[in-house]
Design a protein. Structure first.
Length: 295
């Protein structure tokens, strides 16, 4: 069985929303002896974890690692859940969502889906909280893939972030209804979280303006069209790459306003007092729009 993005999303929706395992089982039965890293193998791990979660008993080990360790492009610990499935504010961005490209790798989708399911069960949330408490880091990026899927999910994360004031957490979100709903309840936001307002949402401009006034909002993060040559020569991936100056010039022109151009490498876009910093998580960059070329 060929597992397309559509089929993978169908399986994820059934498991997360309807507690139905039909599509996941069809994928497994298409090749019962499939390796651990194959599509059947990934869904075997997912269903085994889900069976434990459904009992309400403590979960000792998730199907996949909860937090991803940093790499050369993203040098921070990060958390993801399943794109589209957990993106209530998605709009036109779903047409070019970069997260879907990662689904060519069964394990990439498996890690996203595993976290989506953990968040929907008490035992899963307890495990995430334990893993968060163990992180030895100063910075965490919350939601590389996916987004806050509900107001309750958002509240839970903010309370968890508040429990570790020495860890700076930042992220990008289109879940503006959830943020505003929680804010209108008089919720006190943690001081160690900064939000970037993602472009491509389904929400009107009036809502963006209101969101910009939240105490946790750093500013906008938008994607703009750029010539394919900038993608081909990877000039968008580092401010040190050949062609970055021309790429940045086009991003500024297409953004239609003054912006700071994302260099594509988190933690290496600014140098402050001799140290590399990430603009999206910096209090000093509050109110400054950040733009990147669509890739």
């Amino acid at each position: 069985m060929k597992v397309t993005k559509e089929l993978a999303l169908e399986a994820g929706r059934e498991l997360a929303w309807f507690k139905c395992k039909e599509t996941a089982r069809r994928i497994i039965e298409s090749n019962p002896g499939g390796s651990v890293g194959s599509w059947p193998g990934v869904f075997r791990k997912i269903l085994a974890m889900l069976e434990t979660l459904e009992t309400g008993k403590p979960l000792e080990k998730p199907a996949f690692k909860v937090f991803a360790k940093g790499n050369s492009k993203l040098p921070f610990w990060s958390f993801s859940s399943m794109a589209i499935l957990d993106c209530p504010g998605r709009g036109e961005c779903s047409k070019w969502c970069y997260s879907l490209k990662s689904w060519r790798n069964p394990n990439a989708l498996g890690r996203q889906l595993s976290n989506s399911l953990l968040l929907r069960h008490a035992a899963g949330r307890e495990l995430i909280a334990r893993e968060f408490a163990k992180l030895e880091t100063e910075t965490v990026r919350l939601y590389v893939d996916g987004d806050f899927h509900s107001k309750e999910n958002l509240r839970w994360w903010m309370d968890l972030i508040r429990s570790r004031p020495s860890v700076a957490v930042y992220g990008y979100s289109k879940s503006w209804v959830e943020f505003l709903s929680l804010h209108l309840e008089g919720f006190t936001w943690p001081s160690n979280y900064l939000l970037n307002l993602s472009g491509g949402s389904r929400h009107p401009e009036s809502m963006r303006v209101v969101m910009s006034g939240l105490p946790v909002t750093r500013g906008e993060f938008v994607a703009v069209q750029v010539d394919r040559e900038h993608l081909a020569n990877h000039s968008y991936q580092s401010r040190r790459n050949d062609g970055f100056k021309d790429y940045a010039k086009q991003v500024r022109a297409n953004a239609g306003k003054r912006v700071f151009v994302c260099s594509g490498t988190c933690g290496d876009c600014l140098t402050v007092k001799g140290k590399n910093r990430h603009a999206c998580g910096m209090e000093s960059m509050r109110g400054v729009p950040i733009a990147i070329g669509m890739h």
